[in-house]
Each structure stands twice: as structure tokens, then as C-alpha cells.
Design a protein around this ligand. Structure first.
Ligand SMILES: Cc1ncc(COP(=O)(O)O)c(C=O)c1O
Length: 386
């Protein structure tokens, strides 16, 4: 079956007991045993829950992997992956990852004796240079957050494989619909299901997918041992979101392309636009080689610095000023002062997350309405200068 059919059906098969076409939500924390240890596959919902099991199967299938695990948040999923590292181990973290990922390594796992280095992985040779005897993992995102940099997953996977390193790819921005890192050579895929998988800004969740049985067993152990599991209602919402992911991602991509074009044509007010499928973008060819469409995320720099950026954000009528992304509704935010404020100021500067930068999560509303909103807010923010 092709992706769109699997999105509708896998994990959402009718209930075996009643035939219910929409699968039930199993809220039970515990399961009756016919005799000691005689279960129907479930004993306690932290260890395994039928609704969670459906979600885990669906995400694994859509990523083209063998095993899936669902978590209470994207960061809970990341914590399990980082938990594969032991005292003395070293990780390579590509520049421009989600601020919370940096914080997790910098302020939590560093205290457990795990060290890491940041690397500009646009050149894979930088990666080779950063490898130390105790390096175990490479961690990357593509497209990156918030600058939408596209990294060559195939090349990074090749280097990782050659040096026996686990390659973890955070695929939250692209979603399983537009990019499948396992097929490009990654070992583990991470998702914040809060974003495109849920798709409606009404849940917080995370997921991991791998095809390695050994890693799956270790991660499954960590999921149960640390107890970072999602509740069945959130699993149900994520499963329901998945049923329309192909339709949503298509529309997100059409709308974001149109907004990116409109922004980049206003050269008097806009400095740079970062969107992987913008034809003028230096990463367009690479993006096309590993993604099937550009997705709904973009960023841009305004002329006029912070004053203009904040005016723009206040002048928007349809885009809501708010953190997060990936929902059907359009959101706008200021990375330096919102999503990436947890990064130290010098780190933000080094990465180009400056006060003139704005990030948009383009929703699935009418394309022209969104373009009108953005162009109207640009004019309102910088009308006096022209
Ligand atoms: C790319 C990316 N990865 C991971 C996360 C963390 O996910 P969560 O907020 O569900 O913990 C986020 C959150 O914004 C994100 O943008």
C-alpha cells in the first residue's frame, strides 16, 4: 500500500471485538490476568497500552521502520534516545537543532557525564573532524529549526555508519509524509508528535522509530523504566491526526511556498527568506533529493530589525503569535525571544538567530488569505520608510 492509504488505515483498523470502525480508547491502567502471568498481551499501561500500541505501529509504518515507541512529549522521546549514552560517551550535535535538544544535552546529560560538540554539518567533513574515541551518536535535524537549513542525510548517514555511530534524525519539521530518514540511512527517527503528526495543536507527544531490534529493546526498556509514556487520549488524537497527514502536508506545502514567494519578492522590506523548496534557495536541489515537498515551515529576516519584526508580528490578523508549529492554523513567532530563548545569547548569535528573524508555521487556510495577511503586515510594519 502507498503512503496515503497506510496513513488512513495502519493503526486504525476496525476494533476486533466490536467491529467499531473508529478504534476505542483503552483508558484502563491495568489488565485482568487469567492466571499469574496469563495475559492477553497487556498487563499495565505504562508497559503497554492497546491505544498506544496502535499509534506506535502507525508511526513506525509511515516512517518505513520496524519498531515504533510513543512518548509523553518530543523531549521525552529525545530523553530516551540520549539515555542510550553512558557516562564518558560523546555525541555530535549538528548546529541549529531545536533549542530544547541543546538544553537537554547541555544542562541534563552533561551532568550525567555525557559530553557533546556542536558541528556545522553542512560540510560532512566537519563531522569526521569532530569524532572522538568515545563518540557514539550523531544528532541532526533537517530542515533545521528555525533557519530551515537542509542537511544531507544520506552523506551524514554514510559518515556515521563508517564510524559505527548511531545517527538520530529529528524529523519533526518534515513529518513522515515528506521525508523518511531511515530510508536515507538514519538509525533512529525522533518526532515531536505535538506538531504535524497530531496536526491540530491539541496534544503534546513524541515518538521514536527504528529498524534495529537491539536499539528498540533498549529504548523500550528506557520508556518503561523512566515512565515517560503518553496517555491513551493523546495517543488517540495523534492516531486521528495521522489519518489526514497526507492531505494536510500537501496544503501546508502549497501555502508555505506561496508565502515564501510573496516574502522574497518584497525585497524592500525582507532581507532573506529560508524555505527549502524556494527555487532560489541554495539547498533546493538537496531538499528535492530527500523531501517530496517543502512543508509548512519557513523563516525570514526583516529589514528594520527588532522594531520592524515586532510590529509585523502584532500587525498579523490571521497568523496567531504563538510558539509551536505544525497545526492546521497558521502561527508566527520570534525565535530569539520565544522558542530559542533557552539558548545562551552567544550561541544564538553564532547560529544567526537574531532579532530580525521571524518564523512562520503556515497552516492550511486559504492560500490567498495567508499571503494577504503577510503582505499586509509587512506594509504595516515598515510603511513609513517608503
Ligand atoms: C524540531 C523539534 N523537535 C523536538 C521538539 C520537542 O517536542 P515537544 O515540545 O513535544 O517536547 C520540538 C518542539 O518544538 C521541535 O520543534
Amino acid at each position: 500500500m502507498r503512503f496515503d492509504t497506510r496513513a488512513v488505515h495502519v493503526g486504525n483498523e476496525p476494533d476486533e471485538l466490536t467491529g467499531a470502525v473508529t478504534p476505542p480508547i483503552y483508558t484502563s491502567s491495568t489488565f485482568a490476568q487469567a492466571g499469574i502471568g496469563k495475559t492477553k498481551g497487556y498487563e499495565y499501561s505504562r508497559t503497554g497500552n492497546p491505544t498506544r500500541g496502535r499509534l506506535e505501529r502507525a508511526v513506525a509504518d509511515l516512517e518505513g521502520g520496524r519498531y515504533g515507541l510513543a512518548f509523553a512529549s518530543g523531549l521525552a522521546a529525545e530523553t530516551a534516545v540520549a539515555g542510550l549514552l553512558h557516562k564518558g560517551d560523546h555525541a555530535i550535535i549538528c548546529n541549529d537543532v531545536y533549542g530544547g535538544t541543546f538544553r537537554l544535552f547541555n544542562r541534563v546529560f552533561r551532568n550525567y557525564g555525557v559530553s557533546f560538540d556542536r558541528v556545522d554539518a553542512t560540510k560532512p567533513e566537519n563531522l569526521v573532524r569532530a569524532i572522538k574515541p568515545k563518540t557514539k551518536m550523531v544528532w541532526m535535524e533537517s530542515p533545521t529549526n528555525p533557519l530551515m537549513l537542509v542537511l544531507d542525510i544520506r552523506k551524514i548517514a554514510k559518515v556515521s555508519k563508517r564510524h559505527g555511530l548511531t545517527l538520530t534524525v529529528d524529523n519533526t519539521f518534515a513529518s513522515p509524509c515528506l521525508q523518511n530518514p531511515l530510508q536515507l540511512g538514519a538509525t533512529i527517527v525522533v518526532h515531536s508528535t505535538t506538531k504535524y503528526i497530531g496536526g491540530h495543536s491539541d496534544l503534546v507527544g513524541g515518538a521514536l522509530v527504528t529498524s534495529s531490534k537491539e536499539l528498540f529493546e533498549e529504548l523500550k526498556f528506557l520508556q518503561n523504566a523512566t515512565g515517560s509514556v503518553p496517555g491513551p487520549f493523546d495517543c488517540y488524537l495523534a492516531l486521528r491526526g495521522l489519518r489526514t497527514i497526507h492531505l494536510r502536508m500537501q496544503r501546508h506545502s502549497v501555502n508555505a511556498s506561496a508565502v515564501a514567494e510573496a516574502l522574497s519578492s518584497d525585497t524592500r522590506r525582507v532581507k532573506d527568506v529560508y524555505y527549502p523548496f524556494l527555487r532560489r534557495s541554495p539547498s533546493y536541489k538537496l531538499a528535492k533529493s530527500q523531501m517530496s515537498a517543502g512543508g509548512g515551515m519557513l523563516a525570514f529576516r526583516m529589514k528594520g530589525g527588532y522594531a520592524a519584526a515586532s510590529k509585523f508580528l502584532e500587525a498579523l490578523k490571521l497568523f496567531t503569535l504563538g510558539e509551536s508549529l505544525g497545526g492546521v492554523e497558521s502561527l508566527a513567532e520570534h525565535p530569539a525571544r520565544m522558542t530559542h530563548s533557552s539558548l545562551p545569547p552567544e550561541e544564538r548569535k553564532r547560529l544567526g538567530i537574531t532579532d530580525d528573524l521571524i518564523r512562520l508555521s503556515v497552516g492550511v487556510e486559504d492560500t490567498e488569505d495567508l499571503v494577504d495577511d503577510v503582505t499586509g503586515a509587512l506594509k504595516a510594519a515598515l510603511h513609513r520608510s517608503f
